[in-house]
Ligand binder design. Structure first.
Ligand code: G3P
Length: 217
């Protein structure tokens, strides 16, 4: 399983990229709004940091296929690594079909059922983003959705990649890797938590103490 970072905060993207653990970025309208900067400006900066797929979503207020197609084309023209993120609706599927036929990579987002994922794949989506955490929030097992999509895509020989999204904690990450997700898109805070282990810290402290005792520095 590969990692993308799920944020529009460029400092966090830079830190995760410097660690060598991420190979792509996902953003959404809420994450862009949180930064209080222009969409095109943030996206352009992100493309200069990470050399991999960068998902930029069409405007949250654009609900018709034609509008999504026009915005999608504009997003795709920002950089060759751009992936156009489109919400899972009938109009979204229509836009996905057109953009995918033009060789623009589409990430169908707000996926909450295996059937939605299957439809998105059939409409030509390069990626689907099932939202794990938001299902857990309403007392439905998000990880079961990831497993179902993995199985269905394997059985159907579908090339659409699964980006496990709405990841809230390190257990989600492990579960998604075990379930066979292609990618997990993870907030920086979760990456930080994944790095840490109390026994690693204790081990470093012990090595330092032993080293200082023997060599005095
Ligand atoms: O980018 C989509 C997704 O990862 C959002 O996560 O935590 O807002 O449900 P969350």
């Amino acid at each position: 399983m590969r990692f993308f970072i799920d944020t529009a905060k460029v400092e966090d993207i830079r830190k995760a990229n410097d660690m060598g653990v991420i190979c792509g970025v996902t953003t959404n309208p809420s994450l862009i709004a949180k930064e209080g900067r222009k969409f095109e400006e943030v996206i352009a900066e992100i493309t200069s940091i990470v050399d991999g797929p960068i998902s930029g979503e069409v405007k949250a207020t654009t609900v018709d296929a034609e509008g999504m197609i026009n915005e999608g084309r504009a997003i795709a023209s920002i950089h060759p690594n751009m992936v156009v993120k489109i919400p899972m609706t009938v109009e979204g599927l229509k836009a996905c079909k057109v953009l995918s036929s033009e060789k623009t990579a589409v990430n169908m987002t707000l996926i909450f059922s295996a059937n939605q994922a299957l439809l998105a794949a059939r409409a030509g989506a390069a990626y689907v983003s099932p939202f794990l955490g938001r299902l857990d929030d309403i007392n439905q097992r998000g990880i079961d959705l990831i497993s179902e999509i993995v199985k269905i895509f394997e059985k159907g020989n579908l090339n659409t990649q699964i980006i496990a999204a709405s990841i809230r904690n390190p257990i989600h990450v492990t579960d998604c890797a075990l379930a066979g997700a292609d990618i997990a898109t993870v907030p920086y805070s979760v990456i930080e938590t994944m790095v840490k282990h109390p026994l690693t810290d204790a081990g470093i402290a012990k090595f330092q103490a032993d080293y200082r005792a023997a060599f005095g520095e």
